[in-house]
Design a binder for this molecule. Structure first.
Ligand code: CP
Ligand code: NVA
Length: 307
């Protein structure tokens, strides 16, 4: 049976940990020139209806590194711009290529693509979630800390798509996640409810950023206005003012805490230049690991299929 990655919830705990370990091994294989070309003869379609630097380039690079072919598909150059139904598109594309990586707006679109098509579908970000980002972040955390055990992650800022994926991950792996968000900008209530019903992990929601970073191993932030919310940017800048990752906030966290940002960052808004460029920031290693994790993911879905 084909597998998809539409949400972290599509994976078991063992699969998440397996993908992270596999990504670490493939990173070493790439560095030593021993990466097997397990995607030879495979074509991966990359449908991007929103801009992307990291996700698009790292997926394309992952496909090529593994010996496959990547096909970049935009909205305006395909019939997507003329509202061809997703269900029709799914049943056509599956006859040409081996997997689809898609970045779009509604989570329901990636779900529909997966439901109607017989090839694996990977969510490369929707308004609701960004699972590939968090899987790659787990690799970075494991590398920097040595393990994923006894982990406390603090999310500071907007309760957005990346935050939702962190909640799903905490409930799958069972770590502590403190979320500090302004009132009215909390993560999806249904995601929080689901996580609570899983009864593993400890998820705490607060409006107090200093409280959230106390005891945190990882401090994570993202833009205050996500793609599609540009019209709210000015208003959000005011509302989120006390949720900036800056030197003062870091002083409330343990000295070993590492700063993560999925990027792109808006310096001077959700994070200061000083912190982003400072010794606790790992954002560029974090971005690199998108490549390695996605190599592992594609190999698992359509290559060797092993973990
Ligand atoms: N972090 C991330 O997904 O970046 P891009 O929007 O550049 O792909
Ligand atoms: N929350 C951001 C993440 C970008 C990688 C957005 O959706 O725009």
């Amino acid at each position: 049976m084909k597998r998809d990655l539409l949400s972290i919830r599509d994976l078991t705990k063992d699969e998440i940990l397996g993908l992270v370990s596999k990504a670490g091994r493939m990173k070493e294989e790439l560095a030593s020139g021993k990466l097997p070309r397990t995607l030879a003869g495979k074509i991966v379609g990359l449908i991007f209806l929103k801009p992307s630097t990291r996700t698009r380039i790292s997926f394309e690079a992952a496909v090529y590194r593994l010996g496959g072919q990547a096909m970049f598909i935009t909205g305006q150059d395909s019939q997507i711009s003329r509202q061809e139904p997703t269900a029709d598109m799914a049943r056509v594309i599956e006859r040409y290529i081996d997997a689809i990586v898609i970045r779009t707006f509604a989570q329901s679109e990636v779900e529909e693509l997966a439901r109607y098509g017989r090839i694996p579908v990977v969510n490369a970000l929707t308004d609701h979630s960004h699972p590939c980002q968090i899987l790659a972040d787990l690799l970075t955390i494991k590398e920097k800390r040595g393990s994923l055990d006894n982990l406390t992650v603090a999310w500071v800022g907007d309760g957005n798509n990346v935050a939702n994926s962190w909640i799903n991950t905490a409930a799958r792996l069972g770590f502590s996640l403190n979320l500090a968000c302004p009132r009215g900008y909390e993560p999806d209530a249904k995601v929080l409810e689901w996580a609570a019903s899983e009864r593993i992990g400890k998820i705490v929601l607060t409006t107090d950023a200093r409280q959230a970073v106390k005891g945190a191993d990882i401090i994570y932030t993202d833009v205050w206005a996500s793609m599609g919310q540009e019209g709210e940017a000015a208003q959000r800048k005011e509302i989120f003012r006390s949720y900036q990752i800056n030197a003062e906030l870091l002083s409330a966290a343990p000295s070993h805490a590492l700063v993560f940002h999925c990027l792109p960052a808006h310096r001077g808004e959700e994070i200061t230049d000083e912190v982003l460029e400072g010794p606790q920031s790992v954002v560029f290693d974090e971005a690199e690991n998108r490549l390695h994790l996605q190599m592992a993911l594609l190999d698992w879905l359509i290559g060797s299929k092993g973990l």
